[in-house]
Design a protein around this ligand. Structure first.
Ligand code: ADP
Ligand code: ADP
Length: 229
């Protein structure tokens, strides 16, 4: 049961850089898919295609077994259903205070304030960041910013949560908090896709792994199969 698929997808940036070269990838609903690959492999580009920020040059993106046709309505639907947490939290966080930051998306939908408050309290607890809810975002540590940027996305309750290098530059405590949150989301039936350089983490955590290099998928499989050779 695949919720997202890339079928023969290629992508080139306007300066001619070939970022993705005939990618085929299937994301199983409710599973933990990990994409491993060095810098420049095309992971971020693929993520931007998965939520409709970019459009393939050739090939197609499928969501719930339907080809995305890139009408405004379909792109909106894809973005609503597929949330991305970017690697750098600074490009995602723009409100002055944590509570305001996390409530922004819901307020924007016109959700009543008491319902917004309820959802935010829940996410703050889930991520164990209730203590910083009134803090200025400007003064947060990198790990706190990372948590806030994840809260930003999960409060919107997308079906698929994509995270670009969620554990990089973090200490053990923050990493385990984030992993606990991701496991919670899985137990709620959400689908997680994340990129990492961390082979041990991929091996121990993923249900399914894709190895990317130079814009291509060079291997894929269950961790036990992919790391045994
Ligand atoms: P296997 O025989 O190795 O257990 P399956 O029969 O389950 O594999 O799957 C057949 C194909 O479906 C695989 O080669 C792979 O391309 C794809 N596939 C299987 N599981 C997943 C998954 N969790 N995520 C993405 N693709 C998968
Ligand atoms: P990864 O996330 O695996 O590091 P990216 O998707 O960021 O890979 O990059 C894939 C390729 O596309 C790299 O060669 C990178 O330099 C290039 N690239 C990324 N963003 C842009 C852009 N905005 N314009 C031109 N080239 C880009």
């Amino acid at each position: 049961n695949y919720i997202l698929e890339a079928v023969d997808v290629s992508f080139e940036y306007t300066d001619g850089t070939k970022a993705l070269d005939n990618i085929n990838m299937k994301i199983c609903k409710g599973q933990k898919t990990v994409i491993l690959g060095p810098n420049g492999a095309g992971k971020t580009t693929l993520f931007l295609l998965f939520n409709g920020i970019l459009k393939p040059k050739s090939g197609k993106i499928m969501f719930n077994n339907k080809e995305v046709k890139y009408s405004r309505k379909e792109i909106e639907k894809l973005r609503k259903n597929v949330g991305i947490v970017f690697q750098n939290p600074d490009i995602q966080i723009f409100a002055n205070r944590v509570y305001q930051e996390i409530s922004f998306g819901l307020m924007n939908l016109g959700m009543p304030e008491d319902l917004v408050r309820e959802k935010i309290e829940k996410v703050l607890m889930q991520m164990d960041i209730t203590d910083i809810k009134d803090k200025p975002t400007h003064f947060l540590s990198y790990g706190q910013k990372k948590s806030v940027s994840i809260a930003d996305i999960i409060v919107m309750e997308p079906e698929v949560i994509i995270l670009d290098e969620p554990t990089v530059y973090l200490d053990y405590e923050h990493v385990s908090k984030i992993i606990k949150t991701l496991d919670d989301l899985i137990s709620q039936g959400k689908t997680i896709v994340l990129s990492t350089h961390d082979v041990d983490f991929a091996y121990s955590w993923a249900d399914y792994v894709y190895l990317m290099k130079d814009g291509k998928v060079i291997d894929e499989g269950k961790p036990i199969d992919i790391f045994s050779d």
